[in-house]
Design a protein. Structure first.
Length: 366
């Protein structure tokens, strides 16, 4: 009998910015579109720690809201951006979207003042700074997450149009964007006047954008160094927090998300026995028993007392009783029951003897 499929979690969409046309994964994580994988991973882990219901002691209602944001907004965005092939195709969609919007000449409303400012004075540096400023506070308040994410999505829309040649108000330029607010200052940023430095981010990560070919070529080697430093240093807690999120996925039977995240953790810490045990649980539930056994055995090689691996490996190794064995068991079960039956038969005999004795005593009295 076919089991009904669980409803797939829907990505949260907005009626502003890129999100009104397509999923805006970059806005969901508060990222500039040119962010590299290392920065994407760092930001994701920071947000996951903020929204994890076991960390900041939210109320029951706030825990539910935080879990929904994590499951429907943050995790899908991270999964959609981490693989290079998917990320490249995703950025290609942005280019096509920008060209199509310019051909249609539609007046797309831009509501946030910060995005209206970028419309008037577009540049790469201004765009990155504005996104970073909003990202600092994006997940500080559960009630403001959607508004801040919509603001970043508007910035992203303005940016992809700018990269395709759109300049608002230029001669012979179609009216693609319609700023709804007038920025306090519309003076373009001059290359001769230095921009004010952005305030320090609230998270301790270096902002690294893939802006040149040299950085992208050295990315794989630098990532390995950074990853190794994290495992050996204080960011071990970060991995543990991420595994707690995987445990939530497993409790919700979200096997696909758990599988991907656990595999990512193992790329950082390949000898994590608990991660291997949880991975075995996922394989077991998606009907891959051989992969599950391999994960459990690997976990026990690293830490022989890993409880999750021990429990599930015993379940996989225990033979399933067949019909013939059940019949044999039925026959063998009759023999030990015989003494019980004899005892039960003997009990009425004792009661009968007592009855005779009572009758005899009663007859003596009479």
């Amino acid at each position: 009998m076919n089991q009904p499929k669980e409803p797939k979690l829907q990505f949260i969409r907005f009626a502003r910015g890129i999100s009104q046309y397509n999923h805006d994964y970059y806005a969901a994580l508060g990222l500039p579109i040119i962010s590299n994988p290392t920065y994407i991973r760092n930001v994701y882990l920071r947000i996951a720690r903020i929204l994890h219901p076991d960390i900041y002691g939210f109320s029951a209602e706030e825990k539910e809201i935080a879990t929904q944001y994590l499951a429907k907004l943050v995790n899908p965005a991270y999964n959609g951006l981490m693989r290079e092939q998917d990320r490249t195709a995703y950025q290609g969609i942005f280019k096509l979207l920008a060209k199509r919007l310019m051909q249609r000449s539609r007046n797309i409303q831009i509501h946030s003042e910060i995005a209206c400012e970028l419309v008037m004075t577009p540049s790469d540096e201004v765009y990155e700074r504005l996104v970073t400023e909003i990202a600092k506070v994006q997940y500080e308040s559960l009630t403001q997450i959607l508004e801040h994410t919509a603001e970043i999505s508007e910035l992203n829309l303005v940016y992809i149009l700018y990269k395709e040649g759109y300049r608002h108000g230029a001669v012979n330029m179609p009216p693609v964007l319609a700023p709804m607010l007038t920025p306090k200052t519309t003076k373009p940023y001059s290359t001769n006047v230095p921009l004010p430095p952005p305030s320090k981010p609230s998270y301790n990560y270096n902002l690294q954008y893939a802006t040149d070919q040299h950085a992208s070529n050295l990315q794989s080697n630098s990532d390995e160094t950074v990853i190794q430093a994290r495992v050996e240093g204080h960011d071990r807690q970060m991995i543990n927090n991420r595994m707690k999120i995987c445990e939530i996925y497993i409790s919700q039977s979200n096997w696909k998300a758990a599988l991907q995240d656990l595999r990512d953790i193992l790329t950082i810490d390949k000898d994590n026995s608990r991660c291997l045990a949880l991975l075995g649980v996922v394989y077991k539930n998606i009907n891959q028993p051989q992969m599950a056994k391999a994960s459990f055995k690997r976990s026990l090689q690293i830490y022989p007392q890993e409880a999750i691996a021990l429990k599930h490996l015993l379940e996989l190794d225990s033979p399933i009783p067949t019909q013939s064995s059940n019949k044999n068991n039925g026959k063998s079960d009759r023999k030990p029951n015989l003494p019980t039956i004899k005892k039960n038969i003997a009990q009425p005999q004792k009661r009968s003897w007592l009855e005779h004795l009572l009758k005899w005593a009663f007859s003596k009295k009479t």
